[in-house]
Each structure stands twice: as C-alpha cells, then as structure tokens.
Design a protein around this ligand. Structure first.
Ligand code: UDP
Ligand code: MG
Length: 325
C-alpha cells in the first residue's frame, strides 16, 4: 500500500469545498500541490470536500486520492452549502497551518508562499487574501459584493475586512477555535475576525473561474448576506424599534394637528388620509415583524442542535471510511 507521510500531522492542510467542480479539480490538484510543495515540502494534505455535487466531482476527487496520498476526498451526504462544507473540511484537516481556498482556482494557490512569508514576518495567526480586482464577474456581482461588504462593516459588531472572502491562511489554534464554535449559521470570514489575534491582509487579483459556473445564484447570495448580517449584528432589530418610535411620533403629531384644526373650526378631510395611514402603519408593522422573524427563525433552527453536516465517505490513500458526522 502507499505509505503516507502526510498522515501524521502535516505542516500544511489545504481545504477546498467543491460543488460541481469537475472541470476544475485536475488543474486545482496540480496547482495546489505545486504551491503546497513550495512551502511545506512533502508535508501537506489537500482536502477536497464534495458538497453534494451533481456531476463527477466526488468520483474525480476519489481518483485523485487513490493516485496521490496527499489528497483526502470527502463526500457530504447532500448539498450543505459552501460555508458548512468548509466547516467539514476544517474539522477533518490536521495540519499545523490551514489554507482555505476555493476549488475553482479563482484564488491563486501560489499566493500561499507570500502568505507564509507575511505570517512569519508579522507573527500573525491569520493572513487573509484581500481582493484588489475581480476578473470574470458580472457587473451585478461586483456591485452587490462591494455594497454587501460595506454595509456589513457598518452593521457588524466585529471588524470584518472589506473585499475579503474565505481565502486565508490560519494557524492550528485559530482552526481549533473555529471548530469549537457550535453555531449553524456560519459566516466563516466573520467568525475568523471574531477570534482575534493578529490578522494581516495580502492583496491579490481574483481570477476568473477555471471552468464551470458559479454555485452562488442570486437566491444563495441573498441568504448568505442575511446570514452574515443576522450572525454579526442585532442592529436591524434596533432599527425596527426606532421605526416604531418614529411612526408613533408622526401619528402623535397628526393627532395634534387634527385636534388643533378641529378647535379652529376646520374639519379634517376624510377617508383617503385615514386609509393611507392604516396602510403605512400596517406595512411598517409587517416589515418589523419580518425582521424579528428572521432572528427568531434562526434561533429556532439553532436550538435543534442538529449536526452541521453529515459525511458520507472519506477517502484517503485508497482507503474509504463511511458515515462520520
Ligand atoms: N461551493 C460549495 N457549495 C455550494 C456552492 C459553492 O461548496 O453550495 C464551493 C464552490 O465549489 C467553490 C466555492 O464554494 O469552490 C465558492 O463558490 P463559487 O465559486 O460558486 O462562488 P463565487 O466564487 O462565484 O462567489
Ligand atoms: Mg468562485
């Protein structure tokens, strides 16, 4: 059987969630291996987490694991979403340093050596890639991402850097702390900021996808954004109460005005204003209820304490193990 130097505790773990990435995996494996070898010699592992893909992603990852003892192929029981797939990878990896990266080669694996250099020079625990430019994205994606990171920075209680995805190098202790966080709605880049220690950016140009299409359609993007905001801020709830107070104040002024007008002998005109006032207040109430509902729903799902992900199969060095959670 193949001997695995990587099985002990490798110096570097590369963790890459993959959803329908059959067109990228070969190239990813090649470039990630070269980049890992440059910084960690032979002491590395590449963990590919197949997040319930509908194409040949897992079959290919398993082949890679059979061919290359550095590769660990993990199959989740269904699509759990990018963030939970990442979480699964972080639980499985064993390296002293962990590089989180997308499998679509939008984040260049070669940046790892620069990240290691900065980590050592700055004595940092986290070195995160900050996007200078983003190739191959639609104007809508660029605009919405820009807006999202800026709004989030204003709302969030922790300092979450702008234009920063999950592409980062972290130390084992940061990874262990992340793994100890039980929450289901995981906005990993925010959680990493929350951990603290010294965190330093490295600027890079984000490439276009190597192949395939984005696994983040609009619906997933919106859910991702709402998860991010609700996990890191209760400001929307405060805005809700302020809206309530503001409406109450406006109605109070309206009552005062009608009273004064009545005392001066004018009649205040009827049903149209009444109807608009009712609709306005009704709308505000439903909106505020919706905000409360977002938080309440998350609270409800969080209290069930279901496992965050389910692993169907792990394949390393030609050996498969089943069903871990
Ligand atoms: N991904 C995943 N599960 C999903 C969607 C995406 O594991 O449900 C992976 C995907 O394979 C990629 C990374 O998460 O490695 C980022 O996703 P994608 O490239 O589709 O997003 P984008 O870069 O377009 O924002
Ligand atoms: Mg991508």
């Amino acid at each position: 059987m193949v001997s695995i130097t990587a099985a002990a505790q490798p110096r570097l773990s590369i963790v890459a969630p993959a959803y329908n990435e059959e067109g990228c995996l070969e190239a990813f494996h090649q470039r990630a291996s070269d980049a890992a070898r440059a910084v960690a010699g032979d002491s590395f592992e590449i963990i590919i987490i197949d997040d319930g893909s509908r194409d040949r992603t897992f079959a290919m990852a398993r082949d890679l694991a059979d061919r290359d003892p550095h590769v660990v192929a993990v199959k989740l029981s269904r699509n759990f979403g990018h963030q939970l797939a990442l979480c699964a990878g972080l639980t499985i990896c064993r390296g002293d340093y962990i590089l989180v990266i997308d499998a679509d080669l939008q984040d260049p694996p070669e940046l790892a050596s620069e990240m290691f250099r900065v980590m050592e020079a700055e004595r940092a625990d986290v070195v995160y890639g900050q996007r200078r430019t983003r190739a191959g994205e639609t104007a809508f994606k660029l605009g919405s991402a820009k807006l999202f990171y800026r709004v989030l920075r204003r709302l969030a209680d922790v300092d979450i850097p702008a234009d920063t995805g999950d592409f980062r190098l972290m130390t084992r202790r940061v990874c262990d702390i992340l793994n100890a966080m039980p929450e289901r709605y995981r906005f990993t880049r925010g959680l990493v900021s929350w951990v603290g220690f010294r965190q330093v950016p490295v600027a890079y140009d984000r490439a276009a996808r190597h192949a395939g299409t984005t696994g983040y359609p609009l619906k997933k993007m919106i859910r991702f954004a709402v998860d991010a905001v609700t996990s890191f801020s209760i400001l929307p709830l405060r805005v809700a109460s302020f809206t309530g107070i503001a409406t109450a104040l406006v109605s109070f002024l309206a009552i005062l005005w009608s009273l004064v007008a009545w005392m001066l002998g004018h009649t205040v005109a009827g049903w149209a204003s009444l109807l608009s006032a009712i609709f306005l207040v009704g709308g505000i109430q439903l909106f505020v209820l919706g905000i409360i509902g977002e938080y309440l729903g998350r609270l409800y799902l969080e209290t069930k304490r279901r496992p965050l992900f389910i692993i169907d199969e792990v394949r390393r060095a030609g050996v498969s193990t089943d069903s871990e959670t």
